[in-house]
Design a protein around this ligand. Structure first.
Ligand code: FAD
Ligand code: NAD
Length: 465
């Protein structure tokens, strides 16, 4: 068995792992990255990118369908649209392939050695990788666990047949007539909305009392309204029980305690993601855990010297940009730089229709943290750009300290607000005050003016309401 020695070994080439490897390469660290499936991880292959591609297809289809039905207020008519779902999926796969090649190119440019195969710890410095040409041993001074996550499977609703995960949903080449989604969180609502726009009859079964329980009611209300307009039935406080006899659908316990069967051609289960740690040989190590996730400190260090963990395997928030930022930091730590996690916030976006963005603290979180706050909310109904896009629903909300006006959080809900996350994140990271946001000239006409107006509102002198 050939042995490889290196300074840094990274297990998993998702956004956490590949960014860590690229940065390490830039810093001249002798780096090996191991990947058992495809470069880019869940995000690039079965997550962020393919889901946003299919959401785009659904949006375009819905626009055309609206126009065909004479529903545009500006008089556009077209003939009834038709979608070749096979071609749409092939288009999505093409984007994924281009990005896979891009990641491979970036890793090569950074002089990172890529090893294809499954890694398993033998001890804290040694890993065996099962490659196509046999097992390889890799010894490293530092090891980063970046093995990510996978869909949670419900024991009474195992994946297979008509029960699918997000990965299965993104590969469907035939539109299910009736789709039942179990779990009204990020994935369930992003994909559920897309399928509803494409023409599926969608029912969402959510165990909690509200959809997207992570966000407050003010932010989720416009999403709920739009799901209703799309014909999506949302059953909150409902529990999935199992498959109905002869695969006729899903048995559930509704909020009133009564059992019901929901007819379904496909059942999409999106009840969270679990860390990928099986067969990794963690039993050879002595790692402190947080439940099933690997516990880390502010430098992403685990309880074992020289072993780091980043990304989804370390728990919530399971977001690609968090994994990337952690990966970059760990590479710099391995290179000897003094770094620690000091980010003021991680913006999160839910790509529903309308989209939701949240950066920093919500009003409730700020209150719980003991802050007296000033809050400004500016509705898109008073924003010219929103009107010209026919997207007046939603708002921007800013949360600041009452005493010194430091911005603690910014949230928005509305069509196209995902792109505002950058401005929100920057303001919080730079320690902006309400006066800084209010005093920055925001180009007109843009949705971003809503951010400035929300700050003005919190200061008591909004201009357009
Ligand atoms: P992963 O991307 O999961 O990568 C881990 C890699 O490790 C995988 O490639 C895996 O094959 C490999 N691996 C595992 N075990 C081994 C082993 N033993 N040996 C070798 N290799 C191994 N996040 C966002 O921020 N924005 C979004 O819009 C978004 N949309 C999403 C949509 C969907 C449908 C899903 C499922 C997820 C979405 N996410 C989104 C979440 C995002 O995909 C994850 O947060 C991100 O991929 C985590 O990166 P990671 O590097 O920690 O792990
Ligand atoms: P999630 O945690 O967002 O939502 C899961 C939902 O399922 C919750 O609302 C929960 O109450 C519900 N649930 C749990 N068990 C249930 C049951 N037995 N019956 C009915 N409902 C049940 O999880 P997800 O949607 O699977 O997404 C996984 C992770 O992926 C998220 O944590 C998120 O960080 C990440 N993600 C991010 C994005 C994005 O950034 N836009 C998109 C997709 C996924």
């Amino acid at each position: 068995m050939t042995e490889i020695t290196c300074k840094l070994l990274i297990i998993g080439a998702g956004p956490g792992g590949y960014i860590c490897a690229i940065r390490a390469g830039q810093l001249g660290i002798d780096t090996v990255i191991v990947e058992s499936t495809k470069l880019g991880g869940s995000c690039l292959n079965v997550g962020c990118i393919p889901s946003k591609a299919m959401i785009h297809v659904a949006e375009e289809f819905e626009k055309a369908a609206h126009a065909a039905a004479g529903k545009t207020p500006f008089g556009l008519t077209v003939s009834a649209p038709a979608l070749d779902l096979k071609q749409a999926v092939a288009w999505k796969d093409g984007i994924v392939q281009r990005l896979n090649n891009g990641v491979a190119g970036l890793l090569r440019k950074a002089k990172v050695k890529i090893l294809h195969g499954r890694a398993r710890f033998r001890d804290g410095k040694t890993v065996t990788v099962e490659t196509e040409t046999g097992p390889r041993t890799v010894r490293a001074e530092a090891i980063v666990i970046a093995t990510g996550s996978q869909p949670v499977e419900l024991p009474f609703l195992p994946f297979g047949g008509n029960v699918i995960s997000s990965t299965g949903a993104l590969a469907l080449t035939e539109l299910p007539k009736r789709l039942v989604v179990v779990g009204g969180g990020y994935i369930g609502l992003e994909l559920g909305t897309a399928f509803a726009k494409l023409g599926s009859k969608v029912t969402v079964v959510e165990a909690q009392d509200s959809i997207l329980p992570l966000y407050d009611g003010e932010l989720t209300a416009p999403v709920g309204k739009s799901l209703t307009a799309l014909g999506v039935e949302v059953l909150t406080g409902a529990k999935a029980l199992g498959l109905a006899a002869k695969g006729a659908g899903l048995r559930i316990e509704a909020a009133d305690g009564k059992e019901r069967t929901l007819a379904a051609d496909k059942i999409l289960v999106t009840v969270g993601r679990a860390p990928t740690t099986a067969d990794l040989g963690l039993e050879e190590l002595v790692l402190d855990m947080d439940g099933r996730f690997i516990r880390i400190g502010e430098r992403c260090e685990t309880s074992m010297r020289g072993i780091y963990a980043i990304g989804d395997v370390t728990g919530e928030p399971m977001l690609a940009h968090r994994a990337m930022a952690q990966g970059e930091m760990v590479a710099e730590i391995v290179a000897g730089e003094r770094r620690a996690w000091d980010k003021a916030g991680i913006a999160a976006i839910c790509f529903t229709d309308p989209e939701i963005v949240s950066a920093g603290l919500s009003p409730q979180e700020a209150k719980r943290a003991g802050f007296e706050t000033k809050i400004g909310l500016f509705p898109f109904a008073a924003n010219g750009r929103a009107m010209t896009r026919h997207g007046e629903q939603g708002f921007v909300r800013i949360v600041a300290r009452a005493d010194n006006h430091l911005v603690l959080g910014v949230q928005a809900v509305g069509q196209g607000v995902s792109e505002l996350s950058t401005a929100f994140g920057l303001a919080i990271e730079m320690g902006a005050r309400l006066e800084d946001v209010a005093g920055t000239i925001h180009a007109h006409p843009t949705l971003g003016e809503g951010f400035q107006e929300a700050a003005l509102k919190a200061l008591g002198h909004a201009l357009h309401i």
